[in-house]
Design a protein around this ligand. Structure first.
Ligand SMILES: Cc1cc2nc3c(=O)[nH]c(=O)nc-3n(C[C@H](O)[C@H](O)[C@H](O)COP(=O)(O)OP(=O)(O)OC[C@H]3O[C@@H](n4cnc5c(N)ncnc54)[C@H](O)[C@@H]3O)c2cc1C
Length: 406
């Protein structure tokens, strides 16, 4: 059990300026609270700047994360236009399998306008996954920028890498420690801290003296972005989920964006980064694409698109990490045994789609004592922490008894 929530926090610090941390800060700012976002690199520098930005309202139906899908999808629908996000739109989705010949007339007729004109290469089977009513997209870096812009007076971004959290003897958060750009040790006064640092959030295991186990794997994947070819007027808005292409080892996810770019992930050959490596900050400052996977993605997509085979030019090749707890469920809730300490991390492959719901749920938990918009009970950050170890500050460090003086 956590201690009582600090309902009128004076000094709130969010660790991590990705889409998740910024969404928490935004939801708190919407309720007139001032928030400091402590960010090691720059806002949306990691997966929240390099992810696809696809969302689907009903794709989580029947599972524990259904509420996150629903609440966030509905929030985006009003929030994105009100913030002036030009990258948000609903779009249809097709499932496409790789093949050796162009589509026949009957298939073209069946799918009509849903078939994008750039899908003019060799394909296998095509079927509809979403007609465009409950599937949408946003470019996540734009959403982060717009949230910060709207509350520039309430959300203050500080550049620095969190190194720890200091608490009173009663386990009330009192400050957040960090290392600034010149590696100088600095401190932010805080009565409330929300650790929302994506895959690197597992470092909080040490910040709360082992009161919490946050096992995490970072799945590091390459993605590419195509420029709009000059040969075409518009890039039709249909997303594709492609079957395994054994010729190239890819299973592409293809997201055309309103600015004419096409974003592609699902390139295969991902690397798995361990909790221990993440705690050391692995790939936080630099995370590069793998050349061989870029080549595979280009070849696999150009098989499907003659337009891009003839006129395709890459805008970006990049890599970023998905934050994955062992049960693929996010960590959202209070740190057991502490006052004013929270975790919001590990949102896996839906961290963009769920962000506004996570922000609102965390703000409700912090300010009202519980989340009303989403049931957080299944996302307890202490679910991997042995019961005897929870909140045992001052007596155990990562499960080992170290005495009262520690
Ligand atoms: C290739 C790819 C495609 C994806 N596509 C989609 C998609 O289409 N739809 C979807 O919903 N999701 C998608 N995802 C998942 C989504 O991108 C992530 O779940 C989401 O971005 C996680 O956001 P975050 O804010 O938790 O973490 P991050 O974006 O990783 O941000 C964490 C931030 O914390 C900072 N930080 C880390 N450690 C510290 C520290 N000690 N002190 C201060 N700051 C720190 C980092 O610098 C970083 O800016 C995709 C992921 C990948 C890899």
């Amino acid at each position: 059990m956590s201690l009582a929530a600090s309902k009128s926090p004076k000094n709130i610090v969010v660790v991590g300026g990705g889409i998740q941390g910024t969404s928490v800060a935004f939801a708190l700012a919407e309720r007139d609270f001032k928030v400091t976002v402590l960010e090691a690199v720059r806002p949306a520098s990691a997966a929240s700047g390099k992810g696809g930005g696809f969302m689907a309202r009903s794709w989580g139906d029947g599972g524990p994360t259904e509420g996150l899908h629903h609440v966030a999808f509905d929030l985006y629908e009003t929030l994105a236009p009100s913030l002036g996000c030009t990258s948000y739109r609903k779009l249809p989705v097709l499932s496409v399998s790789p093949g050796k010949s162009p589509l026949d007339l009957a298939t073209k007729k069946r799918h009509g306008e849903m078939l994008p004109s750039w899908l003019d290469g060799n394909l296998g089977r095509v079927s509809v996954m979403g007609s465009g009513d409950d599937t949408a997209q946003i470019t996540p870096s734009e959403f982060v920028e717009k949230m910060l812009e709207k509350h520039a007076g309430r959300i203050h971004v500080v550049k620095g890498t969190c190194t720890g959290v200091t608490c009173t003897e009663q386990n009330q958060v009192s400050s957040v420690e960090y290392s600034d750009e010149n590696s100088k040790a600095c401190s932010l006064i805080a009565d409330t801290v929300i650790v929302s640092a994506g895959p690197w959030s597992c470092a909080a295991e040490d910040w709360f003296d082992g009161a919490l186990k946050l096992p995490m794997e970072g799945v590091k994947s390459t993605s590419i972005v195509w420029k709009k070819p000059e040969s075409i007027e518009t890039v039709d808005a249909t997303a594709l989920f492609c079957g395994e292409d054994s010729r190239f080892g890819t299973h592409l996810e293809v997201y055309p964006r309103p600015n004419g770019e096409i974003y592609i992930c699902g390139i295969g050959g991902s690397d798995y980064i361990s909790t221990e490596e993440l705690k050391q900050g692995a790939f936080r400052n630099e995370c590069n694409a793998k050349d061989a996977r870029v080549k595979a993605a280009v070849a696999s997509f150009q098989e499907m698109s003659s337009t891009y085979r003839q006129n395709g030019e890459l805008e970006k090749q990049q890599a970023c990490m998905r934050p994955c707890p062992p049960d693929a469920m996010p960590y959202m809730g209070a740190v057991p045994g502490y006052s004013g300490a929270y975790i919001n991390a590990g949102h896996n492959c839906w961290g963009i789609a769920w962000a506004p719901a996570c922000g609102q749920a965390m703000a409700e938990l912090i300010l009202d004592g519980q989340s009303k918009c989403v049931d957080l009970s299944l996302f307890d950050p202490a679910r991997f922490t042995p019961a005897a170890q929870r909140g045992e500050r001052g007596r155990k460090r990562q499960g080992t008894s170290v005495g009262e003086q520690w």
